[in-house]
Design a protein around this ligand. Sequence first.
Ligand code: NFS
Length: 630
Amino acid sequence: LEQMQNMTIDLNSKALIEKAEKDGVETMYKRKLGYKVQCGFGLQGVCCRNCGMGPCRISPKTPRGLCGADEHTIVGRNYARMCAGGTAAHSDHARDITHTLGLTTPGGAYQVAEPEKLKEFAQFMGVDPEGKDIYELAHEVSEVCLMEFGKPHGVSKLLARAPKVRQDIWKEYGIEPRAIDREIATVMHSTHIGCCADIDALVHMAFRCSMADGWAGSMIGTMLSDILFGTPKPVHTEANLNVLDGNNVNIILHGHEPTLSEMIVLASELPEMQDLAKEVGADGITLSGICCTGNELTMRHGIKIAGDFHQQELAIITGAVEAMIVDVQCIFPALAEVATHYHTKFITTSPKAQITGSTYMEFHEETALEDAKTIVREAILNFKNRDASKVMVPELKSEAMVGYAEEAIVGQLNNVVNTQIDDMNTLKPLIDVLASGVIRGVVGVVGCNNARTPSNYNHLTIMKELIKNDYLVVTTGCGASAAAKNGLMLKENAAKYAGKGLATVCQLVDIPPVIHLGSCVDNSRILNICSLVANALDMDIADLPVAGCAPEWMSEKAIAIGTYVVGSGIETFLGVMPPVTGSSRAVEILCGSIKDKVGACFHVNEDAEALAQDIMACIEAKRPHFEELY
Ligand code: NFS
């Protein structure tokens, strides 16, 4: 038990791991015990399963696969395929959002929440909004964005948001992504048996594909989500499993796409559903979120964050959850088994993520609200099956301020006293505090939980160290949940955790020292902010005192993100080694020479304290150049 409890630093999680043991329920923590030794070939990325002659594994005795592929080729192919997998996930999510924009109708389930943002974006995408009805325009923009997935000619239109110098760098290295689907298909083709066998070319392809994630798929996903559901604004919330309410029907939304979760929110607020909840003996309905759906909902509605990736099983183990509703990505198939020990309905909704043992209630955007009502009703009616003797809602939760979109950050910074601001959208305050060194730099600390490190440990260690030393932290994904659960997203805690400079800025500007920027798809907001600042200063993104960090990354999506962040000229620090160490050449390129091409590279250190120091040293080294340019 103690061994399992040591795999997380979250006290609620520790308590629930103990409960799981008592209840005889297997969790990830238990399974991890069984995986003492993980496959060394896999860890190094030198196992090739890309054809039926294999699997081939590179070792000193067998330095080549049956086709003759060496370790560099195998590692390069595996890495490129991870990038393709991640790009596919983010972009297919974005595709669904894009289709949904095409389904908007006045008064319908899906509407245009941000007409001005739509018009601006339409213009950017080459669609003239003049004289058009807003819904006509929405449908046209939807079509134009869908073309970004499969257009036969040209490169991503969204690259134009980046500074011109950056665009030139991409052109020069040849990583301007063409249609999103094409980049994914190209990687799958080139990594097929008997195709690309050159590590430089494989890395190049991995970068171009990942660029299609950051500078097309994810960016479209974020933009259109804002247009459909509203641009997030700072809002108060609470985080960690104590947000579950013992007297209410508890519905947890887990997964990624706001198209489903927004409808569940709408449905559960309907008087008929509230009445039904009372009829079954509950006080009301509590919605909460896990993973990125949780982030999207908390950003836009202040809906509480139940937990992060590593808490999904534990949430059910509280015994207080009527339904865990999921769509796509980061969903443990284990939830089906865990749910059998309690009354919880594990409801899958997407044809893309059906899971054996779940209750499958397919969700269609065309009949969104009706589908959502059916699902919510199912959850409410399950309340009577709750077994009080199995309920244990753990004690802890934290308050947090979340919901800082680009607009909110710029807007808040305009509150800085004593700066002459003539233009409401000026970035001057941010730039001033950065240039003067009051804030030393800005670091995006993002990404998953990984069972190779104690859950949340790397995130919190690094965030705390950074803010203590006056680095502003922005965060997304499960990193954001870690910060929210631990009080780092409260301005009131700035004095306690942040250095003097940052704490002062937090008070003046009314921001927390760690800023919630959204889901992982919303990492595109980071690209946007960097581009805005770089453009305003007539600099390249690589000139800015910023860095990216994924302390506990685990998914292919995270690898794609890391790769496009590096491609965007931002130094990127990983707290877990990706499976590339089997190729000295791959490591040399990714952690070194790629910098000659794109102005940044990866840095890996599995010691979180040391990684934080590495980040700060890297930014400090950038500062003189930045100050000089400024
Ligand atoms: Ni991001 Fe969202 Fe969490 Fe990792 Fe999964 S939820 S898209 S992949 S685990 S941060």
